[in-house]
Design a protein around this ligand. Structure first.
Ligand code: G3P
Length: 217
């Protein structure tokens, strides 16, 4: 499973890119607003740090305007993935931009039927939102499993990009369900590495090593 980070914070992205664990980045208008920086600068900075796909979302709501914005965003760098919302206009824009060779991430997906439409529109990625479904008492992970089954039934190449991930268990369950990509907030990526027994075990190894009085080099 590929790991994208879900943030527009360039310092976080730089630091995670250094770990070698990062395969791409997703942003959205809310994450961009949090930075207080100009959108195009943010996208250019991220694309300079990360080789993988970097999702940048259009803000127009009519297909023609989305296509124009998408074409403009795609000129920023080769790895820009244009993000469009899962509306009829978004699907039309997805079809056009995909046919022009631009990667498209269809976002705000909350049902398997929506994901089926995105695949038919030629989306590179579909972004089902797990956490926001859980928030209203539904089962976000069930949606991931449904989309996996539908895409496998028909051999759709659209990649299943699990979004709105809130917990480390979401990450594990996405991997079990066969998501191609998980886009994860920086805090959760850092939590994935931690285990109290790892810390405890390492402390014990180092204490015992100390007693030997040896050094490796
Ligand atoms: O980037 C889209 C998605 O990951 C947003 O997550 O936590 O705002 O529902 P969240």
């Amino acid at each position: 499973m590929q790991f994208f980070v879900d943030t527009a914070d360039i310092d976080e992205i730089r630091s995670l890119a250094e770990t070698g664990l990062l395969d791409g980045v997703t942003t959205n208008p809310s994450l961009v607003a949090k930075t207080g920086r100009p959108f195009r600068d943010i996208v250019a900075d991220i694309c300079a740090v990360v080789d993988g796909p970097v999702s940048a979302e259009v803000t127009a709501t009519q297909a023609d305007a989305m296509i124009e914005e998408g074409r403009s965003l795609a000129t920023i760098a080769d790895n820009v993935t244009v993000k469009v919302p899962l509306t009829m206009d978004g699907l039309r824009a997805c079809r056009t931009l995909s046919m022009e060779g631009t990667m498209v991430n269809v976002t705000l997906c909350f049902s398997a039927n929506q994901a089926l439409l995105a695949a038919k529109a030629g989306a590179t990625y579909i972004s089902p939102f797990i956490g926001r479904l859980d928030d209203i008492g539904l089962d976000g992970m069930e949606l991931i499993a449904e989309i996996r089954a539908i895409y496998d039934n028909y051999g759709y190449e659209t990649e299943l990009l699990a979004a709105s991930i809130r917990t480390v268990n979401h990450v594990k369950d996405c991997a079990i369900a066969g998501a191609d990509v998980a886009t994860i907030p920086p805090k959760i990526i850092r939590q994935l590495v931690s285990h109290p027994l790892t810390d405890k075990g390492l402390d014990a190894f180092l204490a015992d090593w100390q007693k030997t009085g040896q050094s490796i080099l």
